[in-house]
Design a protein around this ligand. Structure first.
Ligand code: OXD
Ligand code: MN
Length: 581
């Protein structure tokens, strides 16, 4: 098979020759193709079976122990001018990066099959969607891309009629950390990834295309590509509203996206609908509202901590048709991870007999891949061609102190500052130290494909186009008490905070103005049915001394982005600082 698009055929031929691939397979995305690839991987040991009675059609992949997370230090944005990549990215000149990657890819697929994976990010017939083609030598990538994107024949047809696509080239190479690079060429709309089989580095539709390349493309086309979940909340009167929320990796986006309302809310008729858990493309509509699509078609979720209590919907969708990566297994070969339940696993994520001396049984960044359609709270609007209208944007972080449970920005420009100043403690989703507070603007630190200051300027510009902009909020579920315990119960109880957010959108509560933003009055957060009343005074406190320090830190942080930082952001910061003087 080839394509009707000459440019695509030429590129495939050229890559096949350069990599010396033994065979070229054009993926059609069919069940039969998927079954063949799975059988082949069961034979090669790339996949292992799991208990077919409890988990039909589920498989386990164990990755190389050196290849278990995104590698931010090996991820580059290669723009012609270094300044355009910004201090938020590693930069390499495109010519140098191409020379390096050409060397690595040369002959790397000898004896192997090259898979051509056409995919569409977003509903297949939506004008808001964008397409790409990933060339890879990894069948694991192919079966994951089939779950995570609209992959195969229909995507190819759309690409042929549009005549353009994002080019992604991937090889697992030797899985040698010293020969591992994830290169982005935003000006060429292309990606090259070598030496890793891990999701975020290898499933090029996800972080590489739908965030890094798309954020750049979105700036030129007037929209936003964001690291956000999209959730629909239906209140008892039947009114549905949509919220987009950005949190850094492993801060509970998946849990929030498919939250099951607390019992009292369920009984009252509240419903929560999942549109997406990780990435959101936001387009200004003709009516001056902001419309969102989820470019993905599946979840690549963090397994540890997922349980009946934290995320019952996730557990319900993981009992069939899922791929697990780097989880442990029980003695009857069921997938297992820390936080799931109190069974003792038999083998750890590396396939060794489980011994707590070796560390956790499942890798802390172990994952599940599953189609979004398996989710019990899957929204019937997830395939909407026009996207869903967004009423509120929420920025969240993991902060033990300072940040209140919820706070509303004054207006869009203040919201851009709140998003730009977001900070969070690091997690296991990326290699590096865990638990250090770092600024992570809009949760896009690892994913923005260009200079952050230009990105904020673009946010401000999009805001100017919106006559009915969403309100912008900041939340923090992770505030701790003096003993280190979480003050807010979190998980499904977060709906109580979303309810306040929606009431603000409907003008039903007024909150109280503070120097940093609008916070709820203590009695505006519904606590009915909670076993224990949380310390609301601490959760909703604004400590002037701590905030003065925070605002000074924010000023230093913005200073790192130099003269490109937009004036309205500096003006917002100055306005808040004077509120405290
Ligand atoms: C992810 C991440 O995998 O943000 O979603 O790391
Ligand atoms: Mn993510």
């Amino acid at each position: 098979m080839t394509s009707k698009l000459a440019a695509l055929n030429e590129w495939v031929d050229q890559v096949a020759a350069h990599t010396r691939a033994a065979r070229v397979h054009w993926c059609d995305g069919s069940d039969a193709e998927n079954r063949r690839l799975i059988e082949q991987m069961l034979e090669t040991g790339d996949l292992h079976t799991l208990n077919d009675e409890t988990h039909p059609n589920c498989f386990l992949h164990r990755s190389d122990p050196s290849d278990v997370a995104r590698v931010e230090h090996l991820t580059f944005v290669c723009t012609e001018r270094e300044d355009d990549a910004g201090p938020n990215n590693n930069w390499m000149a495109p010519a140098e990066a191409h020379a390096l990657m050409n060397g690595l890819f040369s002959g790397c697929m000898a004896g192997r099959t090259l898979y051509v994976v056409p995919y569409c990010m977003g509903p297949i017939d939506s004008p808001l969607s964008r397409c790409g083609v990933e060339i890879t030598d990894s069948p694991y990538v192919v079966v994951n891309m089939r779950l995570m994107t609209r992959m195969g024949q229909a995507a190819l047809e759309r690409i042929e009629s549009e005549g353009h696509f994002v080019k992604g080239l991937h090889s697992t190479g030797e899985l040698d950390p010293d020969r591992r690079y994830i290169m982005h060429f935003p000006e060429e709309l292309s990606i090259q990834s070598y030496g890793s089989g891990y999701g975020g580095n290898a499933l090029l539709g996800k972080k590489c295309h739908a965030l890094r390349i798309a954020s750049y493309q979105a700036r030129t086309e007037g929209w936003l590509a964001e690291h956000m979940l999209i959730v629909g909340i239906e209140s008892p009167d039947g009114e549905g509203r949509y919220i987009a929320a950005a949190f850094p990796s492993a801060c509970g986006k998946t849990n929030l996206a498919m939250l099951v309302p607390p019992q009292a809310y369920r009984e009252a008729g509240w419903k929560v609908w999942t549109v997406g858990d990780d990435i959101c493309w936001l387009h200004p509509g003709e009516d001056g509202r902001l419309y969102a699509i989820n470019p993905e078609a599946g979840f690549f979720g963090v397994a540890p901590g997922t349980s009946k209590k934290t995320n019952p919907n996730a557990l319900a969708m993981l009992d069939r048709d899922a791929i697990f990566t780097n989880v442990a297994v029980t003695d009857d070969n069921q997938p297992w991870w820390e936080g799931l339940d109190d069974r003792i696993p038999a083998r750890d994520w590396q396939g060794r007999d489980f011994d707590p001396k070796n560390g956790p049984a499942a890798h802390p960044n172990s994952r599940f891949t599953v189609s979004i359609k398996r989710c019990p709270s899957y929204s019937d609007q997830a395939e909407s061609q026009t996207g869903v209208p967004i009423d509120a944007i929420v920025f969240g972080g993991r902060r033990a102190g300072l940040a209140p449970l919820v706070m509303e920005a004054h207006d869009w420009n203040h919201g851009v500052l709140v998003g730009g100043a977001m900070a969070s403690e690091t997690t296991a989703a990326a290699t590096g130290q865990v638990g250090v507070v770092r600024r992570d603007p809009m949760a896009m630190k690892p994913f923005c494909g260009y200079h952050f200051a230009d990105y904020w300027a673009h946010w401000l510009k999009v805001g100017e186009k919106l006559t009915q902009p969403p309100k912008i909020f900041q939340v923090n579920w992770f505030r701790r008490d003096d003993q280190g315990g979480f003050i807010w119960p979190g998980f499904s109880e977060n709906l109580r905070v979303l309810e306040w957010i929606l009431k603000r959108c409907r003008g039903e509560v007024s909150g109280r103005e503070t120097p940093v933003g609008r916070l709820p009055e203590q009695d505006e957060i519904n606590l009915d049915g909670l076993a224990e009343r949380p310390d609301m005074a601490t959760l909703l406190a604004v400590d002037p001394a701590e905030w003065r320090q925070e605002l000074a830190d924010i000023e230093t942080f913005l200073g790192e982005f130099g003269t490109r930082v937009p004036e309205p952001m500096k003006a917002e910061l100055a306005r808040i600082r004077t509120n405290f003087s």
